[in-house]
Design a protein around this ligand. Sequence first.
Ligand SMILES: *Cc1c(COP(=O)(O)O)cnc(C)c1O
Length: 385
Amino acid sequence: MQLNQYITKFKQHPTPFYFYDLDLMRRTFDAAAQAIVQIPSGHIHYALKANDHPAILQEVRRRGFGIDAVSGGEVQLAIQTGIPGNKILFAGVGKTDKEIETALEADILCFNAESVPEIEVINDIAARMGKTARIALRINPNIDAHTHKNITTGLDENKFGISLEDMLPTIHLVNHLPHVVYQGLHFHIGSQLLDFMPFKELSLKINEIQQALESENIQTPSIDVGGGLGVDYADPLHNEIPDFAGYIKIFKDNLQLRPQQSFHCELGRSLSAQYAAVISRVVFIKHGAHKQFAILDAGFTDLIRPALYQASHKIVNLTSQMPEERYDIVGPICESTDVFAQDYPLPKSSRGDLVALLSAGAYGHVMASTYNARPLIPQITSDEI
Ligand SMILES: *Cc1c(COP(=O)(O)O)cnc(C)c1O
């Protein structure tokens, strides 16, 4: 992303804040839109939980992409943005009655259901509202995404999805209940996958499942492979746009879609991470017994990924050209986990220097909190600065 051309403007701003490079946002969406045409029946649903900034949601709407929502609030936000209900998917293990009503009112494309009790409740509420709900079953394919344990979702031990053994009886249940219809199969094996082999494995598993279902005379209108395409956190400035084309090609080459069958993917991180940064200032440089600390005015209340999943973000000093030294780069919050990086090389830094935490667009501002009575920090786009 472009940062150097904005440094003069950054200097005039109170920090910390999120900065969005909208030109890179548009190029990211261009690449995704070009990739999905490899699969003629393919649809991208943006996983709104990754980042709900209005500029992104408007871009989703303009492109005709859909939304993957995980709460009633996200369904409403998508509708308010002008995204049609028939492009919205609704996932989540704990949908409340009110959220189900919201989604039924919006006539969403499909509920991605995760349990039998959920399907029964959707059926009851749809009956009461005089509607029929489309249901896809989120199947747990027991595939190891080989990613961080806190973001692996497709193993038997995870709370998500319906097991393969329960799939057939659950489809029979859906077919038996009057106010739900079987729409398809949904999968989501994990997040931040850079190795595409698990996606190939998933495709082959789906092929097997489809054959088994067809031998029971069950036709599946749609296949949803979830999200999880990763981004390059180590070198975002040289790897700005994720490999959408390679990702879609894995499914095009390995997944045997049936005629009339629609294909859906739910991309969150890959559509939002790389064009945002947290811009922060060095408050103090502190010399400890064995190391030196660069203490920033941003903390885990603003960007929690390092504290939550030991994630690393590339960090650059925008205003120093001095030779590099090593720093523990930390925030000001009264918790020992408020550390962005340890023993990290930065040009010799001083109080007041501007520092950027890169790749902060996904699971960044949406996870911010006001712990320590810190205000939520502003989000500023390249058009606004
Ligand atoms: C979070 C989530 C996604 C998006 O995952 P990314 O790794 O950000 O692409 C997609 N589908 C479901 C069901 C999710 O919960």
